[in-house]
Design a protein around this ligand. Structure first.
Ligand SMILES: [Fe+2]
Length: 329
């Protein structure tokens, strides 16, 4: 059964045609100046040029960032012209295309309104902007290249203490109108005894298979599901890659309770071409409904970026101060 997450948790902004044109023009400037969204010198310029994003969009981002408990910022009406995209590739390796690179810059520009964009060494060759397309033979997998299997709720990269504060998605194509999903849990709705257990390091989160790495001893260290931060309580979950410490019955009961709650609160968030959602990765888990992919030239396609509020935290796992690619350990 699907229930509705409190809609006040989503900050929505409908761009004007002029907003969209200005953002596209800024993205083109970046694409002209920097050959690749990976260029380390791009990120300083991003910070500067994002000040030229129309005020209404910047205001919506500020509101999302400063309003405690915001679940997502949804920007609708960005410029995406289907005929300029080229064919949807059958895998991420072929997805950094000439026709869509402008949208990688667009994604970075929007992400920079909320913080600093990062990627992962072990995910999609360390690209900062990654691609989500369904892939043949991956239909039943547990990662975002799946299709006929639902992508279950998770906070992005829940295994890592360096995971994003925001995960950004820009929809290029979605012909079958397949919904992204979001879910969360109200702290006050959690019974005290369960909240206590969830707040203790009694849970194991393994890296999902989108990271080309073997689980290490670090990943066997139990972590809490709930923790407090200055901005409120932090949720760290992954339905498929998380478990209670073996033999800890109370932890298993608490996780079972939370799983049922997050399942019940799962809500559709439909992204159509030109829609961008920045999901608060410390408050809301996300996933995607199952669908039948036909792997035609116009298959579903999203650009994705991770955004952190404090880049310095991940410095021990980045090769240099200017690198934006985090080595997962
Ligand atoms: Fe995800």
């Amino acid at each position: 059964m699907t229930q509705t997450v409190d809609i006040t948790q989503v900050v929505a902004y409908d761009l004007t045609a002029e907003d969209a044109a200005v953002i596209m023009s800024l993205s083109r400037r970046l694409a002209d100046e920097f050959s690749s969204p990976q260029d380390p010198s791009l990120f300083e310029e991003l910070e500067v040029i994002s000040g030229e994003v129309p005020k209404g969009v910047r205001r919506a981002a500020v509101r999302a960032r400063l309003t405690e408990g915001t679940g997502a910022l949804v920007l609708r009406g960005l410029s995406v012209i289907d005929t300029q995209l080229g064919q949807t590739p059958s895998g991420w390796r072929d997805a950094d295309t000439d026709g869509t690179r402008i949208h990688a810059f667009q994604t970075l520009l929007l992400g920079s309104l909320l913080g600093d964009c990062i990627g992962w060494d072990a995910q999609q060759d360390g690209r900062i902007v990654t691609d989500i397309v369904p892939s043949p033979a991956m239909e039943e997998s547990l990662v975002s290249s799946s299709s006929s299997r639902e992508l279950t709720w998770h906070t992005e990269d829940a295994f890592s203490p360096y995971r994003a504060d925001w995960v950004g998605l820009l929809c290029l194509r979605n012909p079958a109108r397949v919904p992204t999903t979001i879910t969360t849990v109200g702290l006050h709705g959690i019974p005290d005894d369960i909240r206590q257990v969830l707040s203790e390091p009694r849970f194991i989160v393994l890296p999902d298979s989108a990271h080309e790495m073997a689980p290490s001893a670090t990943h066997a260290i139990p972590v809490p599901v709930l923790s407090s931060a200055d901005s409120g309580s932090v949720l760290r979950v992954d339905r498929d890659f998380m478990s209670a410490v073996p033999g800890d019955d109370a932890a298993l009961r608490a996780l079972t309770w939370l799983t049922a709650e997050l399942d019940a609160n799962l809500t559709d968030l439909l992204l159509e071409p030109g829609d961008s959602a920045f999901i608060n990765n410390k408050v809301v888990a996300h996933g995607r409904r199952a669908f039948v992919a036909d792997f035609q030239s116009n298959e579903r396609w999203l650009k994705r970026v991770n955004v952190v509020r404090d880049l310095r935290l991940s410095r021990p796992l980045r090769a240099s101060g200017t690198s934006r690619s985090v080595m997962a350990s």
